[in-house]
Design a protein. Structure first.
Length: 189
């Protein structure tokens, strides 16, 4: 597609997203524990149409500005076969803090603790919030931001919703990568 429209590439790059023209990257299965000590693996969600991995934080104001939007996404898509999983990779945020944060904000999706930022490093996640959408074969369908503004009243591009709608319509995700923004994941070493 992008070979036919070279001008489209320049516009896409300026706007902070890319169009699919590369093979999908596959994510290896992993297992992490949630804040209650329950183990979750990616393969637990193999019957889902897609899995949305959301790198989130308890202390990041940008990530926190998305709490209601993450809940709305879960509410709008979970019954349609999309699984949502929060991942906290920040070294300074304890399991107790993650649990308190998830409870206070009414998260219905599991929030897993990524000790030593192993999964963040494997995927290349660097900020919160940062999103990875995987198909049942664990191939990345979309990577980037939820939308284009931390303030809801300034949102003009609902990137994650657009990707999920295309997946549910059995269409390829046309804008498969956007620039995630937020607080840097505080990593060990």
């Amino acid at each position: 597609m992008t070979r036919l429209f070279p001008g489209l590439i320049a516009v896409a790059l300026v706007l902070g997203f890319t169009l699919r023209d590369e093979p999908l990257q596959k994510v290896d299965n992993f297992t992490l524990q949630d804040y209650n000590g329950v183990k979750h693996s990616l393969t637990d969600y193999k019957s889902s149409k897609a899995v949305v991995l959301m790198f989130i934080a308890t202390q990041c104001p940008v990530s926190n500005s998305y709490n209601d939007r993450m809940n709305a996404l879960y509410k709008d898509y979970a019954d349609r076969g999309i699984a949502f999983v929060g991942i906290n990779s920040n070294k300074q945020e304890s399991v107790e803090e993650v649990k308190e944060h998830a409870t206070a904000h009414g998260f219905k999706f599991p929030v897993l603790k990524d000790w030593n930022n192993v999964i963040a490093d494997k995927l290349g996640a660097t900020v919160t919030p940062e999103i990875y959408v995987l198909n049942p074969g664990l191939e990345i369908q979309y990577h980037g931001r939820i939308d284009n503004a931390s303030r809801l009243d300034r949102v003009t591009s609902r990137d994650l919703r657009n990707a999920l709608d295309e997946i549910l319509s059995s269409k390829p995700v046309t804008v498969n990568s956007t620039k995630a923004f937020g607080c840097t994941i505080k990593k060990v070493g």
